[in-house]
Design a protein around this ligand. Sequence first.
Ligand code: ATP
Length: 308
Amino acid sequence: MRSTNYNKPSQELAIKIRGLTKSYGKVRALRGIDLDVGRGEIFGFLGPNGAGKTTTIRCLLDIIRPDGGKSSLLGIDPQADPVSIQALTGYLPGEMQFYDNLTVERQLRFFSDMRNLRTEWGYVRQLAERLDLDMKPQIKNLSKGNKQKIGVIQALMHRPELLLLDEPTSGLDPLMQQEVVSLLRDANTTGATIFFSSHIMSEVENIAKRVGIIRKGEIVEVAETSILTKRTLNRLTIRFKQAVEVRELGNLPEVEILSQIDGNSINLQVSGDMENLIHALGRLPVLDLVSERPSLEEVFMTYYKNKE
Ligand code: ATP
């Protein structure tokens, strides 16, 4: 990782949030959030529309002021030292504003000068190439996806230690989504911490080691992605040699019969471990059994449903 001249306390945490609150009039967007993200992590910040993801990121970067609580990025209080924060972080906002008459290259140079970034232009050209972005056209002639690519480059161009990305793949086609994910992985490999918001579960599942779920301004879960998917649901399809009475299975704790496909087969869902179910199946004429691991999306939806 490139060393910087910024005087900062050495700390293990890239992001530390304690009791962060923010209201917009009567809307309580953040209701006291606590969150830690370690240096070098890729952390996915998941939540449905209006949960408070953008508000959290904006508070962290001092773009808006929280009503209460504390946060620090790379050991620095963003309200006390926004200049260091700008130099050490890369930010991709959910909604970007550009000067439409500038070319892509002029926009990038303008952004770099305005923020006094130590941009490596060779790296910028590499990024543009990987994202298949022509730097010559004026921004007013670009599609939404191509504008998003400019945002991605602006976040990465100075090789920041910490990336805060609000829905980084929004508006991109699947191929470009993959390329952005790959750029983020590369940045992480060379030492960057990545904090990104999303409601695309497959994306989070794909790259984030840990996930925080936010709902109505509160963190409802923080866990390793793999544990979250393993811990909750398992969906099973069981075929029996002949029609059997399956009501008993549905009465087992943490087992729910989803459907009876025909007399001989059932679909069911198990939360937690499967010991009781396997015990009960031992007494039945099972022909075969297929177990499906849930996607993070299913886990997430179940989590939300349960909490409702
Ligand atoms: P999305 O995924 O839709 O971007 P989000 O999780 O980023 O949602 P926020 O944009 O942080 O959520 O919004 C949290 C809550 O605060 C929502 O109820 C939203 O309507 C409200 N809100 C956000 N910005 C403002 C604002 N400038 N004025 C009033 N209310 C706002």
